[in-house]
Design a protein around this ligand. Structure first.
Ligand code: HDE
Length: 714
């Protein structure tokens, strides 16, 4: 073959070197597929103009519809086929376009074009919940998917991560079992968007390796307040390969520039009814207002020679590497700045696959990752109807694509030439291979030596199932611990079979922490053991006793940027106060929303009018981060007389929110029986309360109120 001048091995390096991308490359490549109906005639799919889109063709006005009505048949036939299977997991999602810009530090670790200093790469990011169906709620207790497609100059790289750094299982072969257990139960399809049911707790209580991840999902991490305020993780250990061919291990992290903030459970549940689309609506609105979402992509870099220096195996996806042990290095910044034009075409049809990597990035032998490399490609075949899903506009790379793959359903490409094989002499040997290179080369796998017996089993280094669950528990603040206890208690209260509840409280929780088991046990009337029942191997060991970076509260930004604040008003409100509150919030990057009893323009005390953003029940307190009440005697009288007006601050108080009342505003607090504490601020002027308000909101909630709030109905 070597003597054949057309042999694939007879190549001379890259052939598409003049090919360059910009942050707009994907946007531009989508343009040819966009369809804007404005100014155009209504036509059939065959291009025939339609004269009447209201009446089918009948034999007489009251007669049967005629078979020959091709206009009716085409329309109905297309409609009947509109649905495709939803994703088996992560069915509910929302997405946005953006750009990733690499920092200069990134280039030293990876030769990938996406990490060239200053390089801007278009991206598409889909956030999702895992358990619920496409029509379920946004704010459920669940893991969130954080899947990013980088349309790089060297092909698509998909970083298909979650908002928690570990996973429930160690080996991909358990994934179908896990998903069957967590999904709505097979006999009645209950419950939707929740893990609070028998099959989930049955499975996880029999699978100690899931203990740490279940603990994460019982924490407030499980309902992020916003997509912009959640972290993301690649979970598995991957590899980065530099220009010299040196490979290092890497854990990817997305760090939100807005910091991390979450709902609390009662609030998240109420939102299911008040606004089931809360997270996706906010992201879309923020982007269209120019309030873009931002993260830093960070890496924990581990030299190959350090692979075995940890308390755990870095190939075990139920373990994280504490940031106190390996700090995170920022590699670049992601900005989500453009909403999709069409949900189905982009968000639904996007096909992620952790197997989509580019030169400079590689896999490891993590058995969970290895299994994913099969599953994602396989699932797209069913969901998107065959191997040509890569030609769907949102999935196309921005690079040219030439190969000898041909045909199948929905083929779009019109391949020219006679040769669809290689080597060939008929088409002069094209398309040809590119040898690996420091830059712009063909993909080459890391030359790892694998020399072993075939074995169906697990490494002894995967035996530790509890040390990191204990580490996570020890790293939480008292309020976070209390929320975790309440979460276990709530979930187990929905489990019908007593032996499953007992197994969790007596055989799983004590291995994490005896106090955790005792507290959940007390709520269930089940006695928890006083000794940890698991073996020393299962309990494992952790060099750290605490990892402060695991507490959500440690990651608060301290500012109030992007917070949504209700300003309660009614006729007779003091307009100067409203204007001052709004402009002070705006100066801090927060948003003041005018909320009134009705949508009618509000007549201020000085005779001017204000247009409300919403009614009291249109944007209830659960959709807001804090509440401000502007003064004005008549306005406060109206709010006092309204059940919703009094309920607004009550509910906000119950959810540990900061409340500020200016002037007569304090009378509404009194009428609503609001207990005064450090998070309830009153003053005669806006200036008198605003600085404290800002400081407290920077902590996201009034955490010190938690014990008192638990004693109050609302
Ligand atoms: Fe997934 N996962 N997964 N997963 N996953 C899917 O692929 C699978 C896992 C994640 O917005 C499916 O296209 C297996 C870990 C996200 O479109 C499917 C295993 C992590 C998304 C699949 C895992 C994820 C998916 C369903 C264990 C975090 C949504 C539809 C070996 C690192 C992507 C689809 C989107 C989706 C399989 C475990 C993240 C069936 C077999 C660990 C964010 O292929």
């Amino acid at each position: 073959m070597a003597n054949n001048p057309y042999s694939a091995s007879n190549n001379d390096g890259p052939h598409d070197t003049d090919f360059k991308t910009s942050d707009q490359s994907k946007n531009e490549s989508l343009e040819q597929f966009r369809n804007d109906a404005e100014g155009h005639d209504l036509r059939t799919n065959n291009g025939v103009r339609i004269a009447d889109n209201h009446n089918s063709l009948k034999a007489g006005e009251r007669g049967p519809t005629l078979m020959e009505d091709f206009i009716f048949r085409e329309k109905m036939n297309h409609f009947d086929h509109e649905r495709i299977p939803e994703r088996i997991v992560h069915a509910r999602g929302a997405a946005a376009h953006g750009v990733f810009e690499a920092y200069p530090e990134a280039e030293q670790y990876s030769k990938a074009a996406v990490f060239k200093a200053g390089k801007q790469t278009p991206t598409f990011v889909r956030f999702s919940t895992v358990q619920g169906s496409r029509g379920s709620n946004d704010t459920v207790r669940d893991v969130r998917g954080f899947a990013t497609k980088f349309y790089t100059e060297e092909g698509n790289w998909d970083l298909v991560g979650n908002d928690m750094p570990i996973f429930f299982i160690q080996d991909a072969i358990k994934f179908p079992d896990f998903v069957h257990a967590v999904k709505p139960e097979p006999h009645n399809e209950i419950p939707q968007g929740q893990s609070a049911h028998d099959t989930f707790w049955d499975f996880v209580s029999l699978m100690p390796e899931s203990a740490a991840m279940v603990l994460w999902t019982m924490s407030d991490r499980a309902f992020p307040r916003s997509y912009r305020s959640m972290e993301g993780f690649g979970i598995h250990t991957f590899r980065l390969v530099d220009k010299q061919g040196k490979s290092r291990f890497v854990k990817f992290h997305w760090k939100p520039l807005a910091g991390t903030w979450s709902f609390i459970w009662d609030e998240a549940q109420l939102l299911w009814g008040r606004d089931p689309d809360f997270n996706r609506r906010e992201m879309a609105t923020d982007i269209s207002n120019g309030d873009y979402l931002e993260w830093e992509l960070c890496a924990q870099i581990i030299e190959e020679e350090d692979e075995h220096k940890f308390d755990f195996d870095i190939l075990d996806a139920t373990k994280l590497i504490p940031e106190e042990i390996v700090p995170v290095t920022p590699l670049g910044k992601l900005t989500l700045n453009r909403n999709p034009d069409n949900y189905f075409a982009e968000t639904e049809q996007v096909a992620f696959n952790p197997g989509h990597i580019v030169p400079g990035i590689d896999f490891t032998n993590d058995p969970l990752l290895q299994g994913r490399l099969f599953s994602y490609l396989d699932t797209q075949m069913l969901r998107l109807g065959g191997p040509n899903f890569k030609e769907i506009p949102i999935n196309r790379p921005v690079t040219p694509v030439h190969n000898n793959q041909r045909d199948s359903f929905h083929r779009m490409t019109i391949n020219k030439g006679q040769a669809s094989y290689e080597p060939n002499s008929i088409d002069d040997g094209w398309p040809r291979e590119t040898p690996p290179a420091a830059e712009n080369g063909g993909f080459e796998s890391v030359n790892e030596r694998v020399d072993a017996h075939k074995v169906r089993g697990r490494s002894a280094s995967f035996a530790d199932h509890y040390s990191q669950a204990t580490l996570f528990w020890n790293s939480q603040t008292d309020v976070e611990k209390e929320h975790i206890v309440q979460a276990y208690a709530f979930e187990l209260s929905k489990v019908e079979r007593p032996w499953i509840r007992e197994r969790v409280i007596q055989q799983i929780l004590p291995n994490i922490d005896l106090d955790l088991a005792r507290r959940v046990g007390e709520i269930h009337g089940i006695e928890a053991p006083t000794e940890k029942p698991a073996s020393a191997e299962e309990l494992g060991k952790s060099t750290l006793t605490e990892s402060p970076s695991l507490s959500l509260m440690a990651r608060l930004p301290g500012n109030i940027k992007y917070r949504k604040v209700a300003i309660l008003v009614a006729d007779g409100v003091d307009l100067d106060q409203v204007t001052a509150l709004q402009s002070k919030l705006k100066a801090e990057g927060a948003q003041g929303m005018i909320i009134a009893p009705t949508m009618a323009p509000v007549k201020a005390s000085n005779g001017n009018t204000i247009t409300p953003d919403a009614m009291l029940n249109g944007l209830p307190s659960v959709t807001m981060d804090a509440v401000l009440i502007a003064g004005g005697a008549q306005s406060i009288e109206t709010l006092k007389a309204s059940g919703q007006g009094r309920y607004y601050p009550q509910e906000a108080w119950k959810h540990l929110k900061v409340i500020g009342a200016v002037g007569e505003g304090k009378d509404l607090l009194e009428a609503a029986n609001i207990r005064m504490d450090e998070g309830v601020l009153t003053g005669d002027t806006v200036d008198a309360i605003f600085d404290d308000f800002k400081k407290l909101l920077g902590q996201h909630r009034v955490w010190s109120r938690n014990p008192e709030a638990n004693t109050q109905p609302a």
